[in-house]
Design a protein around this ligand. Structure first.
Ligand code: AMP
Length: 360
């Protein structure tokens, strides 16, 4: 029997953004306390967690004190410095574990891992020098996308090459960072599966959502996604294979391209995911509670979708629509408590009820 954290126990969360905030709400509902560790002042999660540490990831004293105050550690973003993880891991369990972090922190390792499971990815070529990039373009062709191996998110650290003459410009655009060149995948649309795996190895997946990006940032997720019954099964089974292969504990976002040749895995995120926010109003147990249940060693909840939902991100000035949105009876508002609406900044999201769950 695994340890089940009793209500009153404390979950430590690395990162205090909106994901940490919504995880804090879910933990609180289950009677669990949350201690958030975040380098920036006044993080969104700080308004709702039980305890907040404001310190950098190289402050060993603060990290030790944080670990001593919690029962288990989880995180809301994948780029946590390795030295901090090494120290924390010696003191408390970290869930999901290091393997998932290592794999998802590096785009080349991630693709190699996915291919080792027999899953399809974009063709890719690891690039460390401009000379490599010439080789990569010769091998993969154009159009192609050059992505930094590490620290990319929301389309940052990416540049498209439409013809081979653009090698030097592309290489400078990513400042010569280690990268991968990816072949361009001809997809009809993008979907994602939010998968969860418990400490006991049980796996539960939410229904795939269909995602629309604008300027590299998620704009909208709709459920049900446009998928055939066999694609839907495929999507869920492949996500299950990924979490099981990693001996994963927690929620993971698996982003997929839908192509004529089947589902191609774009990337995995070892955390709750923006494309899973619809679950807050489409399921009895949402992705945040599911993650907390998993890391606390509780049984996973039933993630069956009861409603069709359209999730829309409120980015930057979109937040000015809040008074109008608040007046809509079919729309649940989720705001992140951020004071300043900078361009590109995720300020909140809406989940609009479309009707009782229909089959996709
Ligand atoms: P990423 O940061 O890797 O999720 O990429 C952001 C977005 O760029 C994706 O959601 C796709 O819309 C697009 N994209 C990324 N990689 C590829 C690819 N290999 N082929 C076509 N489109 C891509």
């Amino acid at each position: 029997m695994h340890d089940i954290l009793a209500p009153g126990s404390t979950i430590g969360i690395l990162g205090g953004g909106q994901l940490g905030r919504m995880l804090s709400v879910a933990a609180g509902r289950l009677g669990l306390k949350v201690h958030v560790y975040e380098p920036a002042e006044n993080p969104p999660a700080g308004q709702l967690c039980t305890d907040l540490t404001t310190a950098s990831y190289d402050d060993a004293t603060a990290l030790r004190a944080f670990a001593a105050s919690v029962d288990v550690i989880t995180y809301e973003f994948e780029n946590i410095p390795t030295s901090a993880l090494d120290l924390l891991e010696s003191l408390r369990p970290i869930r999901p574990g290091r393997r998932a972090l290592a794999v998802s922190q590096d785009r080349a390792d991630e693709k190699a891992f996915l291919q080792s499971l027999g899953l399809k990815t974009a063709p890719f070529y690891a690039v460390d020098t401009e000379e490599d990039l010439h080789q990569a373009v010769a091998e993969i062709g154009t159009p192609a996308i050059l992505k930094t191996r590490r620290f990319g998110y929301d389309g940052k650290g990416q540049v498209r090459l439409t013809n081979p003459n653009e090698v030097t410009a592309a290489w400078h655009a990513i400042s010569g960072s280690p990268a991968v060149l990816e072949g361009f995948v001809e997809f009809s649309h993008e979907v994602s599966v939010i998968a969860a795996r418990g400490l006991d190895g049980a796996v539960a997946c939410f229904d795939p959502g269909e995602n629309l990006h604008q300027n590299g940032i998620l704009h909208r997720t709709t459920v049900p996604a446009r998928l055939s019954a066999s694609q839907r099964t495929d999507a869920v089974l492949l996500a299950g294979r990924i979490v099981t292969a990693l001996d994963y504990v927690g929620v993971m976002g698996v982003e997929l391209f839908v192509t004529a040749q089947g589902l191609v895995v774009n990337e995995i995120a070892p955390r709750v995911h923006n494309s899973g926010h619809w679950t807050q109003n489409g399921c009895v147990i949402d992705q945040f509670e599911q993650h907390i249940r998993a890391v606390a060693g509780w049984p996973l909840g039933d993630g069956t979708r009861h409603s069709d939902i359209e999730m829309i991100n409120l980015i930057g000035d979109d937040v000015n629509q809040v008074p109008t949105l608040a007046a809509r009876s079919d729309t649940a508002l989720h705001l992140y408590g951020k004071a300043e609406a900078r361009p590109g900044r995720k300020m909140g999201h809406t989940n609009r009820y479309l009707g009782p769950a229909a089959q996709g």
